[in-house]
Design a protein around this ligand. Structure first.
Ligand SMILES: Cc1cc2nc3c(=O)[nH]c(=O)nc-3n(C[C@H](O)[C@H](O)[C@H](O)COP(=O)(O)OP(=O)(O)OC[C@H]3O[C@@H](n4cnc5c(N)ncnc54)[C@H](O)[C@@H]3O)c2cc1C
Length: 225
């Protein structure tokens, strides 16, 4: 099971920060915390997207599959920066942790096949290592289901946009779970983040009022309906 750790470098008061920065440009009173908060809420309600890029988020994303991390990397709005656990230097020879999809985990026969495939990969890696091949070559065998760790720096706007795609019922199940885990961790980080998560982190159909996916889950009607 994956975990999200919100790091201390993350903006604690994202709404007030937006208000302070916007206040500078409007000649507003940026010394008054309540005015800053209200101005921040105004920028959010008006959809002034650039202001949403001031609140920064630093998080450790740990224990999710390399596959879901690959999908996380497609969200490039706001130029997020990321570092990922190395497969060249980390020693996987004693074994690697991996994610088992719930539908496989609850099927005894399927689970045994899945676990054996992972074990076979590990054995092959150990045999190649004995032939003194470099780690960076041997690790080519590592599966997409292996667990990985990433340090991610992004911003509020990127995460809100991500939620529109990844809370969709048609999105990959592990990313939906990752998105919910991020939302829970941010909500626990501060009251202002909780407000943002509760009011702005939504599936795209909840924002648009219709579904634009070709294969709809049926939660909302298609636009043409
Ligand atoms: C049901 C479902 C199925 C999917 N299937 C696949 C799949 O099979 N394969 C796959 O690879 N992905 C898939 N995805 C992921 C999806 O297609 C996107 O890759 C992912 O959502 C990240 O891209 P983005 O544009 O949404 O976000 P970002 O790249 O973070 O962009 C956010 C916003 O920023 C703006 N922006 C970003 N870059 C630019 C730019 N260069 N120029 C101008 N504006 C920019 C745009 O307004 C954009 O909407 C799927 C998603 C869903 C929900």
């Amino acid at each position: 099971m994956g975990t999200i750790i919100i790091q201390n470098e993350t903006t604690k008061d994202p709404i007030s920060l937006i208000g302070r920065e916007a206040g500078v440009c409007w000649g507003g009173d940026t010394q008054d915390p309540e005015k800053n908060r209200k101005r921040g809420l105004g920028c959010l309600e008006s959809g002034h997207g650039r202001t949403w890029e001031y609140p920064q988020v630093y998080m450790v994303v740990d224990g999710y599959s390399a596959r879901v991390i690959r999908e996380l990397y497609t969200h490039i709005g706001g130029s997020p920066t990321r570092l990922q656990a190395s497969t060249r230097y980390v020693n996987y020879q004693k074994g690697f942790a991996y994610v088992t999809p719930p539908k496989i985990a609850k099927n005894e026969e399927a689970n045994a096949i899945y676990a054996k495939a992972m074990d076979d990969i590990l054995k092959a890696m150990q045999e190649l290592e004995q032939l003194e091949l470099p780690k960076e070559d041997v690790s080519m065998l590592l599966p997409l289901g292996m667990e990985s760790k990433v340090v991610l720096r992004t911003n509020l706007r990127n995460l809100v946009d991500m939620s529109h795609q990844r809370l969709c019922n048609r999105a990959y199940w592990e990313f939906r779970q990752l998105m919910h885990d991020m939302m829970r961790a941010l909500s626990d980080y501060s009251e202002e983040w909780k407000y943002l998560v509760d009011n702005y982190f939504k599936a795209k159909c909840d924002v648009m009022g219709y579904c634009n996916e070709k294969a709809s889950c049926g939660r909302y009607p298609k636009k043409e309906q």
